[in-house]
Design a protein around this ligand. Structure first.
Ligand code: EPU
Length: 340
């Protein structure tokens, strides 16, 4: 466990924002984490603490005046299996994309639709990552997390995590109270594919796949994502900047009268989820560049850093987008990205 001072965070956030952290500590094992927590209050007088995984869902608008704890605990273990399921534990510092590739390679099904999502294992439950009809909550069996105050390691069964759309207990009641240490996934040896999205069906057709398998689905998802979403290694971004907002069915009907092309998905008799990308595109933002940042030309939900944007430039652009959507549609869009 090495302590570094006044470190640039540019390579630790996928937006590529060049801010500094007063103190940067990398944690590579549970023991290191427990030693750090036992001494945190004494050694650091309770300085603000930021738990950092892959840095793929964060926008830094200023230097971090505190301790950045980069979780880098690695490992993948099979902890149980039967004829149907495999229970596989991955530690927080594993890279999500590599974990998906590993499971796809073994033909363990359940996360192939989540291929190529940036980030690490430790953050996937916090915001319940999702794409193409699958959310990670569908395959999380349980997870272990360490209480920052007491150092106690606690097991959270799936139900205890209160998962919702891009949401969990770790973003609400337990915010900043726990560090995820490992996640156990229950994957299927006899797969049931989730290919109800037209985009996946069309891609499989274009690939001449008649009987889909896990590899083909993950390849199709990869192709769709590469077309629509910028590669964080080439163009700084954090995936969708905003969440898709929920509105009442009655309000959706009103919107539909004024904006017949609006895109909404029925959630229940009383609620619809709107495609925020449509709202942003309809306000004219798609492909617009403002200085060093802009709205991606292939997916209006994604804000990109062309190279030298400051976090504040990106946040200013995001708030302008939010304002214009509110003015045109009377709908509030909220960031998915954590703005610091
Ligand atoms: N659309 C537009 N303009 C655009 C892009 C999309 O009008 O520029 C329309 C599309 O035609 C479509 C609808 O908006 O009818 C939804 O688009 P898409 O299927 O691309 O999905 P999304 O709702 O924009 C969500 C997730 C993505 C995930 C995709 C695929 C959120 C906030 N985002 O985007 O997740 O990859 O579905 O399932 O829920 C992320 O969280 O970082 C992320 C990329």
């Amino acid at each position: 466990m090495e302590l570094k001072k006044n470190i640039s965070l540019k390579e630790f956030n996928t937006f590529g924002i060049d801010v500094k952290a007063d103190i940067f500590i990398e944690i590579s094992s549970l023991d290191e984490m427990l030693v750090f927590l036992a001494n945190y209050k004494k050694d650091f007088y309770n300085l603000p603490l930021l738990i950092l995984g892959g840095g793929s869902n964060i926008l830094f608008t200023k230097n971090f005046e505190g301790i950045v704890l980069k979780i880098n605990t690695k490992g993948i273990d099979i902890i149980n299996e039967d004829n149907e399921y495999i229970f596989i534990k991955a530690y927080s510092g594993e890279v999500w994309e590599s974990f998906v590739d590993y499971c796809v390679d073994k033909a363990w099904a359940g996360i192939e639709n989540l291929a190529l999502i940036p980030g690490n294992i430790g953050s996937c439950p916090v915001q319940n990552i999702g794409a193409y009809g699958v959310e990670v909550k569908d395959v999380i069996y349980e997870l272990e997390a360490v209480n920052i105050n007491s150092g106690e390691l606690k097991v959270f069964q799936n139900k205890m995590c209160n998962f919702g759309y891009r949401n969990s207990i770790f973003k609400n009641e337990l915010k900043n109270q726990y560090i995820i240490h490992s996640v156990v996934f229950k994957l299927n040896k006899k797969p049931v594919f989730n290919i109800k999205y037209d985009a996946i069906k069309d891609e499989l057709k274009a690939m001449d796949v008649i009987t889909p398998n896990i590899k083909a689905i993950s390849k199709a998802i990869g192709a769709i994502r590469r077309r629509k979403l910028p590669d964080t290694h080439l163009l700084g971004n954090a995936g969708s900047f905003f969440k898709n907002p929920t509105v009442s069915s009655a309000f959706f009907e009103e919107l539909k009268v004024k904006h017949p092309n609006i895109i909404g998905y029925k959630l229940s008799e009383s609620e619809y989820k709107l495609a925020a990308a449509y709202l942003i595109e309809a306000c004219g933002w798609k492909g617009i560049r403002v200085g060093e940042c802009g709205v991606h030309d292939k997916q209006a939900l994604v804000i990109v850093n062309y190279g030298n944007a400051k976090g504040k430039d990106i946040a200013d652009l995001a708030w302008k987008i939010k304002d214009s959507v509110y003015k045109k549609f009377n709908v509030n869009i909220e960031p998915e990205v954590n703005v610091l």
